[in-house]
Design a protein around this ligand. Structure first.
Ligand SMILES: *Cc1c(COP(=O)(O)O)cnc(C)c1O
Length: 848
């Protein structure tokens, strides 16, 4: 990078630079590597043991502890040696070549920019709500582990997502603590002369000024933008105030800041990513800005620039319902982006709108951010195999007349960053079995090593986890009770709730109705019997927030709190408030069984169940999201029949019955069935198989390698090929698209014949290409697959070329007579090497 490029200045001006060694403490505290690597924990514990155990936030500890105490510790040679060693190790880890450098030393991939509305990296940086941020944060961490050159781009929220208080009546209150940037582990991005790096968006009325921040995540970086700049029109300072709050206007402005501002920031930093990964449609405006920058560089038109740049864009959709996509009224898009389209992109407002509408003939349709993402990307995927299927249905209307299985949306099933979610005990167990470096390369052998761990060792590990868990739950509960004004006797009682020897079920997630957090409450009397069975008792831990605008979700919280208030229940069910990453870490490490009860297919993936795997927890879940592909009878339990029943109360009742049965007849007996040494052998056997088989598979290690090999590397190459020589190939493809657009309607099949000869069929067709060349199209025979099998697609050979290409071309093919003749139809689709059909060109002609 040249000298003009701004860089982050890690130290707050108020920091005691004169304190020798302090800069190293700050360097460690500002690198979120501590969120998964616990080598430095001792450093922070020594600074303030109590604050450390309460927060696990090194940056917070460092800012709170007195300077005298820091000076004293830094003067201690033992402490100082440890600090020196840790900083050295950290720097070496950042420099050493990772899996990516070793496997792809000459790759065309230098930078992937990963755009996301939220990132869940640590509670020290509360700029997330839940699942989506979890996926983003965990992938960034795994990219670090593997050396994949990913840079995150997101927003710095002044308040972020709400924090939850539940009053004694079970009513959720939303509160919004202020994220003081000075207290967050982030650094401002500044020019060399100390000036703040600011990004400007010219919008009608007022410009928006954005400030830029950097978060260090091992060797990877996350850049954040916020609009809280004094130069802004005052209401605009609130654009980046809340996550998932406010009106459609505000959401649109946030998405402009993320997409357009984010891409501009990369530009200002001199970063030119080959690949732009859009984590959900929120950041789709980056597509426009990326194309605009390419126009500026090459002089190409918007459409040719989009052809070039979209090859390098990867879109991951996370939504399983139509209503989940962000949409904006056309007037709103026109108001904020009309000038940008006309002046900067050189396209009409209608052309801009068409990028986000299902059908440009319906000019009044909302602008759908996911549609823009699909029209501006070279690859699209859902987040589990089932969600891929659901997404092909959701987006089928963008590819009219194409068979569902050819809708160009694949899947990369989510995973979790295992080192962030394993407990200290689990880390110890896995390190003994598989070594310290186990998540830094390929992970094919991990299962084998875990299978060698004995039942006794596994059970010992789980018993210790239960102890730690119960202690944590009691402490958390007492703190939360104090905050909601609980009387003293109840708080005393709380210190004795739960029992480490009792089977613990856990359910923690967003309280949304489709997740059915109240499924277990369908028959409260039966649940009560199940919990309080004197021989085989059960305890249940719950947590979760409902969006402040979701009153149905809030009512579900209240329903549980009221159930728990019964004296005979209290010992057995606890609802912990303010579900966040820190709480989640403790829950997934402590529970024996993780419950998940969504209405299929509305859980796109789900990740919380993956977090229990490394810790020896077992999943009992609806066959939805990741579990639909992970489940087998020897590794956990399944709910539902693997079919979709929508929002049907009768079906909910059936599934609730099935859930009680499963618990009573299988889960609970297996847990309490002990051998002479007190070990539940069937349980530990199931647990070991779940750990061995599923932990590696549902880790972001696997996910990031899959994205890298299947999406990033091909995308980088395709982008480079199209962008070379001022976008020469892109211009050719754009011309070709235009020719197809003009000629396609005139394409004709003039006679399609089929006859049988022995055990073969002979097909022939005369095709009038209307000025297109034979290499522009594929003429295919098509038959639906039998019994759910794959469809048959066979290209026909062009057997006769007329002198004048306006004449009929003869296509022929001979096939074994496997299906009835009537099953075959002929179709014509566009074809060009390196162009993704139907993603980039969706014409199709059927001849029946
Ligand atoms: C893992 C996690 C989530 C996402 O879990 P789901 O299974 O997708 O519901 C949400 N919030 C927090 C705090 C988490 O740790």
């Amino acid at each position: 990078m040249d000298k003009q490029i701004p860089c982050s200045s890690p130290l707050n001006a108020l920091f005691p630079r004169e304190l020798e060694g302090f800069d190293m403490l700050a360097e460690l505290a500002l690198d979120l590597r501590w969120s998964w690597n616990h080598a430095a924990d001792e450093i922070w514990r020594k600074l303030d043991p109590q604050l450390w155990s309460l927060t696990h936030n090194p940056w917070g500890v460092l800012q709170t502890v007195s300077r005298e105490h820091i000076a004293k510790l830094l003067a201690d040679p033992v402490y100082r040696t440890l600090l020196d060693t840790l900083v050295k190790t950290k720097r070496e880890a950042a420099e050493s070549p990772g899996w990516f450098q070793q496997t792809y030393p000459d790759s065309a991939l230098n930078t992937v920019a990963y755009f996301s509305m939220e990132f869940m990296l640590s509670d020290a940086l509360p700029i997330y709500s839940g699942g989506l941020g979890n996926v983003a944060g965990d992938q960034l961490k795994a990219a670090n582990d593997l050396g994949v050159p990913v840079i995150g781009v997101g927003l710095l929220y002044q308040q972020g997502y709400f924090r939850q208080i539940i009053d004694t009546n079970g009513v959720q209150q939303a509160v919004y603590p202020y994220n003081d940037p000075g207290q967050l582990p982030i650094s401002p991005l500044r020019h060399a002369n100390g000036e703040w790096l600011r990004i400007k968006l010219d919008l009608p009325g007022h410009p928006i000024w954005l400030r830029a921040w950097q978060v260090q995540v091992g060797r990877t970086k996350l850049y954040l933008l916020d609009s809280n700049d004094t130069a802004n029109y005052a209401p605009f300072r609130a654009i980046t105030s809340e996550l998932y709050g406010g009106s459609a206007d505000l959401r649109l402005m946030q998405e402009l800041v993320l997409g357009i501002g984010g891409w501009r920031l990369l530009n200002a930093l001199g970063i030119e990513p080959e690949v732009c990964h859009l984590n959900e449609g929120h950041a789709s405006f980056a597509i426009l800005e990326r194309a605009r920058c390419f126009m500026q560089k090459t002089g190409l038109s918007f459409s040719a620039a989009l052809v070039a740049t979209r090859a390098g864009n990867v879109f991951t959709t996370h939504t399983a319902v139509e209503a989940g996509f962000d949409r904006f009224a056309p007037a709103l898009i026109e108001q904020w982006l009309g000038d940008y389209a006309n002046v900067e992109l050189g396209i009409s407002t209608a052309e801009l709108l068409a990028l986000g509408q299902e059908d440009s003939c319906h000019a009044g349709d909302d602008f759908n951010m996911a549609y823009l993402a699909i029209r501006g990307s070279g690859a699209v995927n859902g987040v589990s195999a089932l969600h891929g299927e659901v997404s092909r249905r959701l987006f089928a209307s963008l590819f009219p007349r194409w068979p569902l299985d050819e809708i160009p949306i694949g899947h990369v099933t989510n995973g979790v960053h295992t080192p962030s979610w394993d407990s200290a005990g689990a880390d110890e167990l896995w390190t003994k079995a598989c070594g310290k470096e186990r998540w830094l390369g390929t992970i094919d052998e991990l299962g084998k090593s875990i299978r060698a761990v004995s039942n006794k060792e596994l059970w010992h590990f789980r018993t210790a986890a239960s102890q730690t868990f119960v202690t944590y739950v009691r402490e958390h509960l007492v703190r939360q009770m104090a905050a909601s004004g609980t009387p003293q006797p109840e708080m005393e009682e709380a210190q004795h709730l739960f029992d480490p020897h009792v089977l613990t079920l856990g359910f923690a997630r967003r309280f949304a109705t489709y997740k059915r957090p109240n499924l277990l409450l369908q028959d409260p009397a039966r649940l009560l019997r199940l919990l309080t069975n004197p021989e085989r008792p059960v305890q249940l831990i719950l947590a979760g927030k409902a969006h402040p605008a979701d009153s149905a979700g809030q009512a579900l919280i209240q329903q549980w709190v009221q159930f728990i208030r019964q004296p005979q229940v209290r010992q057995h069910v606890i609802f912990l408030s303010d579900y966040d990453m820190f709480l989640s870490e403790h829950l997934v490490a402590g529970v024996d069984v993780w419950l998940n009860t969504p209405q299929r297919p509305w859980e796109a993936s789900g990740t919380s169940g993956m977090k229990v795997l490394v810790n020896g927890g077992i999943n009992l879940s609806e066959l939805d999201g990741w579990w639909a592909e992970a489940y087998s009878p020897d590794i956990g339990w399944a709910l539902g029949d693997g079919k979709e029943h929508g929002n049907d109360p009768a079906w909910d009742a059936i599934e609730a019955e099935a859930l009680y049965d499963l618990l009573e007849q299988e889960v609970i007996p297996e847990f309490y069935q002990r051998d002479t040494q007190g070990i539940p052998v069937a349980w530990t056997t199931r647990m070991r198989e779940s750990m061995a088989r599923l932990t590696p598979l549902f880790s972001t290690n696997r996910v990031v390698r899959e994205y890298t090999e299947q999406r990033y590397l091909p995308a980088a190459e395709a982008f480079r090929a199209r962008a070379a020589d001022n976008g020469e190939v892109a211009q050719q493809i754009a011309n070709w698209q235009q020719a197809l657009e003009q000629q396609w309607a005139g394409l004709r099949v003039d006679g399609f014949t089929a006859r049988q000869e022995g055990n073969h069929y002979l097909f022939a067709a005369n095709v009038l290409l209307n000025g297109l060349a034979p290499e522009d199209v594929n003429v295919e025979l098509y038959a639906n697959g039998c019994d759910g099998g794959d469809a048959i697609r066979q290209s026909m050979d062009c057997a006769y070329l007329p002198d004048d290409n306006r004449g009929a071309h003869l296509y022929r093919i001979t096939l074994p007579a496997l299906h009835a003749l009537s099953q075959y139809t002929l179709r014509i689709i566009p074809s060009r090497e390196g162009v993704s059909i139907p993603l980039e060109v969706n014409h199709i002609l059927w001849e029946h």
